[in-house]
Ligand binder design. Sequence first.
Ligand code: TYD
Length: 251
Amino acid sequence: MQKKNKKPLREGKAKILYPGPKRGTIIQYFKDDLTAFNNQKREQLLGKGALNNRISACLFEYLHEIGIRTHFLKCLNMREQLIREVEIIPIEVLVRNIAAGTLAKKLGLKRGMPLPRAIVEYCLKNDELGDPIISAEHIFAFSWATPDELDEIAETALRINDFLSGLFTGLGLRLVDLKLEFGHCEEEDGSVSLLLADEISPDTCRLWDRETGEARDKDRFRQEMGEVKAGYEDVARRLGVLNETSISQNF
Ligand code: TYD
């Protein structure tokens, strides 16, 4: 596996990036680490990395089919993806359909309340500061993105949310909210394009069973609900990407 042979370019909470085989490519390795509350709660969950690799690859492939440009190139093995190198825009883009998490807490909304419309929020990608919520004004003032880029980001985020909401509805799941990250990539002709980056998985979105309302995402870990892995496996199974034999082995 690449993990043992190469020096990482960067290690985050859930993934490690290694140099890719060609210029402009990177290998994204999915770890088994689960973290919450800004890294204060940590645990290893055997097989979580493999599940997120599969789930995220599957969702990015669906997004390619509807014309969303992403950094994803292909899965290399159980835990690794080949991706395009991008310069990550330091903004976490959240799209919310239903009140939960910090939104419910901050605005005193009942958890589970459908929002009048999908709401896009921006947080600064900075763990030390606890990913503070920011406005478009901050983004423009500090030149994290231009108004045109932010328009493209918000429009793309809403399109992704619409598409994935429909996809998950068909699988008996409710997409409560999700977090997206975007990056800039230099094309061969020298132009710069905006690509969806990072991952979309039960680590980065909330998914509730439509019948029971039970979480199938990282809230099972955050809130000590138990059966965390079963939640992730259920999402993979519904998407048709759970390979029982290989995931149950220690990849
Ligand atoms: P939010 O309710 O703001 O925070 P929390 O997860 O702490 O309750 O999160 C909204 C969604 O975005 C949720 O599905 C988790 C995801 N998210 C991340 O994956 N990473 C982040 O740094 C943040 C702020 C949110």
